[in-house]
Design a protein around this ligand. Structure first.
Ligand code: NAP
Ligand code: GDD
Length: 330
């Protein structure tokens, strides 16, 4: 009998890559989508007809219970979240509803309907915030620096708590930043690669950014969804850091992206204080030793290849898109 998986957040970056992976492995995949006034399926257009789509929302307990009861999945990947850190200062309460209580609703739905469902919870390196040690491991204490980070700490510990209280097979992946050509335009990697493409093609003459000194451990989303799946195939549920173990600054990112098209970034990049954050996470770098040893996971795509892949994809997209569809990144 084929395995069945539910993915919340299937319309997001990770959801789209995970759906592809699970389909390749022979799963029946159901994606949860929330109603929007306009279709938001561009990342999964190529999967329509291969995945089932069901309406539900992390804000609506009954909708989650209904979809689990109907589908009876073996695995549930909870990727849905308000994932853009700056927006969490604008809407801290809603961020908590999605990323904290939303996780509790998923856990309760599983507990009420079928305790055997295996759960993956999307935890985040943003929980380490003002880091207590370098590199960060599964044992590094959390010190979140944004409402988003705080909300994810709740989501992380409520998942641990349901595992310990009710014996749920629940795993939290503490994933460091991961990117792709499907990354939202407001995140810094995609904002830069889209900006580079527009400058190269003569559609823009500058790119405004915030803190160029911030460092992140950036990997490829396609590699990271593999780690999610691996966690749920183990004999015991546990939490894992997923990272490359190598950090770069935003300045390195800009340098690599402009170099890909033969331009000197210093001629185009402006620092705009509007993009600085009320509290910053200065430097994240993960230690993926446990994921490597226990899961056998490793990243296939390095930083340089990732940025080249994203610049190339944006060049192709911007060159072929009608002007109305190009849009302005945040
Ligand atoms: P993303 O592209 O922003 O996707 C978020 C998804 O969540 C979208 O499908 C969105 O649906 C859905 N969603 C938001 N609120 C919802 C709600 N109330 N009910 C149902 N669905 C809702 O994020 P991502 O980069 O794929 O990240 C996936 C998960 O991993 C998130 O939980 C994120 O916080 C976490 N994470 C990401 C990274 C990273 O570097 N990418 C690192 C660590 C952890 P709509 O399309 O309708 O908006
Ligand atoms: N977005 C953005 N825009 N970030 C900028 C800019 C800019 O113009 N200029 C500099 N940065 C810096 C931010 O200050 C931050 O230090 C860094 O670039 C990365 O920002 P984002 O790409 O927005 O990602 P993030 O690290 O805040 O959050 C992402 O990674 C988390 C894991 O650590 C998101 O995917 C979160 O959902 C995820 O949990």
């Amino acid at each position: 009998m084929s395995k069945r998986a539910i993915i919340s957040g299937i319309t997001g970056q990770d959801g789209s890559y995970l759906a592809e992976l699970l389909l390749d492995k022979g799963y029946e995949v159901t994606g949860i989508i929330r109603r929007a006034s306009a279709p938001n399926l561009w990342r999964i257009e190529h999967l329509i007809g291969k995945v089932a789509l069901r309406p539900a929302d992390l804000l609506d307990q009954l909708s989650l219970m209904r979809v689990i009861d109907d589908v009876r999945p073996t695995e549930f990947y909870n990727l849905a979240a308000m994932s853009f850190v700056p927006a969490s200062w604008d809407q801290p309460m809603l961020t908590g509803e999605f990323n904290s209580q939303g996780v509790t609703r998923v856990l309760e739905a599983i507990r009420q309907v079928d305790l055997k469902v295996r759960l993956y919870q999307a935890s985040s390196s943003e929980m380490f915030g003002k880091v207590r040690e370098v590199p960060q491991t599964e044992l590094t204490p959390f010190y979140p620096r944004s409402p988003y980070g705080v909300s994810k700490v709740f989501g992380h510990y409520i998942t641990v708590n349901y595992r310990e209280s009710y014996g749920l097979f629940a795993c939290s992946g503490i994933l460091f930043n991961h990117e792709s050509p499907r990354r939202g335009l407001e995140f810094v990697t995609r904002k830069v690669t889209d900006g580079v493409a527009r400058i190269k093609l003569g559609l823009a003459d500058s790119l405004s950014l915030g803190n160029l000194d911030a460092c992140r451990d950036w990997g490829f989303a396609g590699d990271y969804v593999r780690a999610m799946w691996m966690m749920l195939q183990q004999d015991q549920p546990d939490d894992y850091v997923v990272a490359t173990g190598i950090a770069h600054s935003v300045r390195d990112l800009v340098d690599a992206a402009f170099a890909r098209v033969g331009l000197d970034w210093q001629k185009y990049v402006r620092v705009d204080p509007a993009f600085l954050r009320p509290a910053e996470v200065d430097h994240l770098i993960g230690d993926p030793a446990k994921a490597r040893t226990v899961l056998g996971w490793h990243a296939n795509v390095d930083f340089k290849r990732l940025i080249e892949m994203m610049v190339d994809a944006d060049l192709e997209r911007v060159a072929s898109a009608p002007p109305a569809r190009i849009g302005n990144p945040a």
